[in-house]
Design a protein around this ligand. Sequence first.
Ligand code: SF4
Ligand code: SF4
Length: 166
Amino acid sequence: MDHRRDGILRLEEMRGQLPDPARLARGPVVVVECVENIPCNPCVAACAKGAITIEGDINDTPSVDFEVCDGCVVCISACPGLSIFVVDASGEGDTGTVSLPYEFRPLPEVGETVTALDREGSAVGDARVTRVLSSKALDRTPIVTIEVPRSETMNVRHFTRKDAPR
Ligand code: SF4
Ligand code: SF4
């Protein structure tokens, strides 16, 4: 099964474009889950460090230099496809964080417990909101960071508030 059949992107379809375990262990890093050949490139301009590039024409998919990316999260809001995340699996405990685009209202509060969801929208478990970034500079795509089990940092890609209708 691949995403062209059911719209759900799977890790194995992104082989070769994800940060490897050694890079993940070093600190926060971007995960660009963009595999379609579409005319789009705001992610390239969003990264002032030049970590994201698109070779060839605008229909090609982006590539990331994971050694240049420092996980600053700025590019998350720039992606109209909501396809960019920043994962931090570098801590010493059993948890890590996922920073993701969140366009629902109301926004969650820092410290709130939410339900983490995987790419299929299935519940993974509870997660704690650790940061909410919302400003004019981010247009209408705030960035929310949630704390999840380290083993789930490459699986969790959304969340739902516990008091929100699913
Ligand atoms: S997280 Fe920051 S450094 Fe990394 S690709 Fe995005 S904008 Fe660039
Ligand atoms: S902005 Fe998002 S959808 Fe557009 S090319 Fe970059 S990652 Fe893909």
